[in-house]
Design a protein around this ligand. Structure first.
Ligand code: ATP
Length: 322
């Protein structure tokens, strides 16, 4: 159920040039808002089975990474959705998940005004870092705030899963167990402090291709997700790192040897663990010491595997205002 300020019995104020009101102040409609859409990695990714409807039942530990896109939302008088981006690889029509999220919310809440959304893209594309899903999530959260629609996180997640299985997680962020097709979420204790090196090889991997080539029933090894949760509860970073695993590596890393090469490179430089995220090809590695992480990051940049290398960390912030 959506509420417009008018339905709540509140007068719509004339539009302001810039947002000056604190978020959540009822009855005042903002005109412009910029929020961060965070990337994720999978600390653990297991596929339980392929369902009859073609979806895969998963058991994953999701983690927000401090790498983000920026989305700016501006109300338009005309009832029209417009998407702009600084990345020429991405479509600006229905092919963009931002557009789809905006259209879904406009229809559900029968919005009379339009929206103009500008995306500053930083998250690597087709990388296994949920770049599109997090933009869709930020669109739902951003428009809910901008139009003061009063939708709960659960309402937004129910809408979000229609766009993609990772969208409900991206709306909430943090450290989460994700089950079902990705929509059943349970919060977990945060990962103990560590430093993270992320590398996106210069190849794009289609999530659809990876799942289609996965033989879920004949997987010989499964990551110990329950064991990882025990380690998180005990704040045992090393124990958790030892148990990390991603069954999708059996497909993606087999096709692209550079994934194992980057993993080995980072492991040799002191990573507690280096692993592929999601359907890949992004590799991320955990380090206990900042200096070790920085050295590995610098050396990986020099090594020439890829130009997309980041030194970052984990966070629980998501969809925060810039
Ligand atoms: P996941 O980890 O959820 O599988 P991913 O990181 O592998 O996602 P995305 O970056 O989300 O992959 O991109 C997958 C495809 O989605 C791309 O080919 C891209 O054209 C399309 N796409 C649509 N909208 C967006 C968007 N806003 N950002 C990135 N990709 C988008």
């Amino acid at each position: 159920m959506c509420f417009t300020p008018a339905q709540k019995g509140m007068a719509l104020r004339p539009a302001k040039r810039k947002r000056k009101v604190p978020k959540g102040q009822m009855g005042v409609q903002m005109e412009k808002l910029t929020i961060k859409a965070m990337a994720k990695v999978n600390l653990g990714l297991d596929v339980i089975r392929r369902r009859e409807d073609g979806y895969h039942e998963v058991k994953m530990i999701m983690q927000t990474v401090d790498l983000f896109d920026e989305l700016t939302f501006e109300v338009q008088e005309e009832n029209r959705i417009e998407v702009f981006t600084d990345n020429q690889e991405l479509p600006c029509d229905e092919g963009n998940l931002i557009y789809r999220a905006a259209a879904l919310l406009t229809e559900k809440c029968r919005l009379e005004k339009g929206i103009r959304i500008t995306l500053k893209k930083n998250i690597p594309i087709a990388a296994g870092m949920a770049g599109g899903s997090t933009d869709a999530a930020a669109t739902l959260v951003g428009m809910n705030r901008l139009f003061d629609l009063g939708l709960s996180v659960k309402d937004l997640q129910e809408l979000g899963v229609k766009i993609g299985a990772d969208v409900p997680y991206c709306i909430q962020g943090g450290t989460m167990l994700s089950e079902g097709i990705g929509e059943i979420l349970s919060p977990l204790p945060p990962v103990p402090d560590c430093y993270v090196v992320v590398a996106k090889p210069e190849i794009n991997v289609s999530t659809k291709f990876v799942y289609e080539n996965l033989h879920a029933e004949s997987l010989k090894e499964h990551p110990d997700i329950d064991g990882m949760i025990v380690c998180l509860t005990n704040k045992d970073l090393k124990g958790m790192a030892e148990k990390m695993g991603n069954v999708l590596e059996t497909v993606t890393a087999k096709h692209y040897p550079v994934i194992e090469e980057i993993k080995a490179f980072l492991a040799e430089r002191g990573a507690l663990r280096a692993m592929m995220s999601g359907s890949g090809p992004t590799v991320f590695a955990l380090f206990e010491e900042k200096q070790t992480a920085r050295k590995a990051y610098e050396e990986l940049k020099q090594a020439g595997y890829t130009r997309q290398v980041y030194l970052t960390g984990f966070t629980s912030d998501t969809c925060v205002e810039v």
